[in-house]
Design a protein around this ligand. Structure first.
Ligand code: SAM
Length: 225
């Protein structure tokens, strides 16, 4: 790790210890990835000083980079071991994507806003990642060309779990998605076994809306608050 990437390692260590491990985060690979990825390089320059705070931050265009604890929790729920093909819906800043690049073999990530997709692609490349592909589009329909996926992570909240995403999950795969109303959702964890889909719930969360054919309609979108 270069000096530049390591310059805020101490802040990251505190973030991992106080915000994640002390709240029950226990997957060593996730803790290691959260310690390694330079989160301050994925937030707007004027917010870099807050990159390791215990909160979500605005990344412009009405969107957010999720709170570090939520990134760790959702990553842990995917049970990744290192070789998986993963789909992320909602690239945003690219930070969660970087964590997934650390944890899996190949990441496909979809973002509906072209300016965010472009900035995320640059941030990921600058940080040294190459095991990813980003496209601009409606991720509520998945990315059928690369399906099936061993894991799917949706980082925007839908009114229900898109059938297209369940269909693109590999046998034995896991899908994590916030589902519910606009200001409060439940984190759903789906596990596929053949044609059988089991669902568990993993707590309450607040995410920006998933806008798309199998999400909310565009006029439901509201500014981040
Ligand atoms: N994972 C991101 C990160 O690490 O910064 C956080 C993502 S932010 C909470 C949710 C993102 O989902 C926004 O960038 C938003 O534009 C995007 N989004 C919403 N609906 C989408 C859709 N149907 N397809 C792809 N992206 C979508």
């Amino acid at each position: 790790m270069s000096h530049l990437r390591d310059e805020r390692a101490q802040e990251r260590a505190l973030m991992v210890e106080r915000q994640i491990r002390m709240r029950g985060g226990a997957d060593p690979r996730v803790l290691e990835a959260m310690q390694k990825v330079p989160r301050h390089l994925f937030v707007p320059k004027n917010k870099a000083g807050y990159a390791y705070e215990d909160c979500a931050l605005s990344i412009g265009s009405g969107q957010t980079i999720s709170q570090p604890y939520i990134v760790a929790l959702m990553s842990e729920l995917l049970h990744l071991e290192g070789m998986e093909r993963v789909l992320e819906v909602g690239t945003g800043s690219g930070y969660q994507a970087a964590i997934l690049c650390e944890l899996a073999g190949m990441l496909y990530s979809i973002e509906r806003l072209p300016n965010l997709a472009l900035a995320a692609e640059k941030a990921l490349t600058d940080a040294g990642y190459s095991n990813f592909e980003i496209k601009v589009g409606d991720g509520s329909l998945g990315w059928p060309e690369h399906a099936p996926y061993d894991a799917i992570l949706v980082t925007a909240a839908g009114p229900e779990t898109p059938q297209a995403l369940l269909d693109q999950l590999a046998d034995g795969g896991r899908l994590v998605i916030p589902v519910g109303l606009q200001h409060l959702q439940t984190l759903q964890v789906w596990h596929r076994s053949g044609d059988n889909f089991e669902k568990e719930e993993a707590g309450r969360v607040v995410f920006v809306p998933l806008i798309g054919a199998q999400g909310w309609q565009e006029d439901r979108e509201t500014p981040w608050s």
